[in-house]
Design a binder for this molecule. Structure first.
Ligand SMILES: O=C(O)CCC(=O)C(=O)O
Ligand SMILES: [Fe+2]
Length: 307
């Protein structure tokens, strides 16, 4: 068996087997030149088009908004009482964990505390009930990705703060990108006010739809990604760096062709932002010392096909 797998290993579809979440890019330079990523994108999105899930009437409106814009915000998501119980669990856990430089970089500008809820369910009964086990959220994710949600989403307590304004810019996630080549849902539940100063999520509305320009972007990006993975030279005008990390960016020409328009989703406490992160997005900048306090709920593990 091992031998057979070894023999089939060069095939990209076999290589992605055994992964626990789907990967955005795979394969070598030539495979992608020959259209591997275009095939993956088109096939996955065709399957999404023809897939149907049982429609839950109570979330229909939200699923339609997500289908149209790729993002939505629900204000006053929890009752006051539930909000307080969640904030209490969040603050209590955060009081035991010191923020660490994001990506472990020395002289970093941005620091983060991230606590996975699944590791300590007994400390987070309300966060577990109201987010990890929430059937309303599952129905929205199910409607958007058109799959039954059979796995709990991953939920993190997430706190970002700029502790060193003159430090090294280390936030690779504030470069515009997509998470995946197929619909994938992430949610941000804010515990404090978020705006232009403390990293409010930025999303390019309607950029989650597949059109010819997006396919061209996927094609070009897949080749640049494959080159980067191999350590081959890549066009310097099409990469940006943060600290020790480098990311391939959307080419200015395709940025224009895809009509990318970035909107920062500023929000009050108790707002839930839901995004299809096949669309382009990034984290906002931190220009003040106010932290961004949020829960991150990711349904990426619900994507079943890993090619
Ligand atoms: O934290 C954010 O605002 C977005 C970061 C991001 O790109 C992601 O979670 O996929
Ligand atoms: Fe992302």
């Amino acid at each position: 068996m091992k031998e057979i797998r070894k023999m089939l290993h060069p095939l990209p579809l076999i290589r992605s087997k055994g992964k626990t979440t789907p990967v955005y890019h795979l394969g070598g330079v030539w495979e992608n030149r020959l259209g591997l990523q275009v095939g993956r994108v088109v096939l996955k999105n065709l399957l999404w088009q023809v897939r149907r899930v049982n429609e839950d009437e109570s979330v229909k409106h939200h699923v339609e908004t997500l289908q149209r814009d790729g993002v939505l915000a629900i204000e006053n998501f929890l009752t006051d009482e539930n909000f307080e119980s969640v904030a209490e669990e969040y603050r209590s856990a955060m009081s035991y964990s010191a923020p660490e430089p994001y990506k472990g970089l020395e002289d970093a500008k941005l620091f983060r505390t991230q606590i996975p809820v699944a590791d300590d369910l007994s400390s987070f009964p309300n966060i577990n009930r109201l987010f990890r086990q929430n059937s309303f959220l599952r129905s929205i994710a199910a409607g958007a990705i058109r799959r039954n949600i059979t796995q709990d989403p991953t939920v993190f307590l997430d706190k970002y703060v700029c502790l060193n304004p003159i430090g090294v810019e280390n936030d690779i996630e504030n470069i515009l990108h997509a998470d995946l080549h197929t619909p994938t849902i992430k949610m941000f539940f804010y515990l404090n006010t978020v705006n232009e100063e403390n990293g409010a999520f930025v999303y390019a509305k309607r950029s989650h739809t597949l059109n010819f320009s997006r396919i061209r972007h996927e094609y070009e990006l897949s080749i640049r990604q494959a080159r980067m993975r191999k350590g081959l030279p890549i066009s310097e005008s099409l990469v940006e760096s943060r600290g020790t990390e480098t990311r391939n960016v959307i080419s200015p020409e395709l940025y224009r062709q895809m009509n990318v328009e970035e909107t920062q989703i500023c929000a009050k406490p108790n707002t839930l932002v839901i995004a299809n992160n096949m669309g382009f997005h990034r984290r906002g900048e931190f220009t003040s010392s106010t932290p961004r306090e949020a829960l991150l709920i990711s349904f990426r593990n619900s994507e079943k096909i890993f090619f």
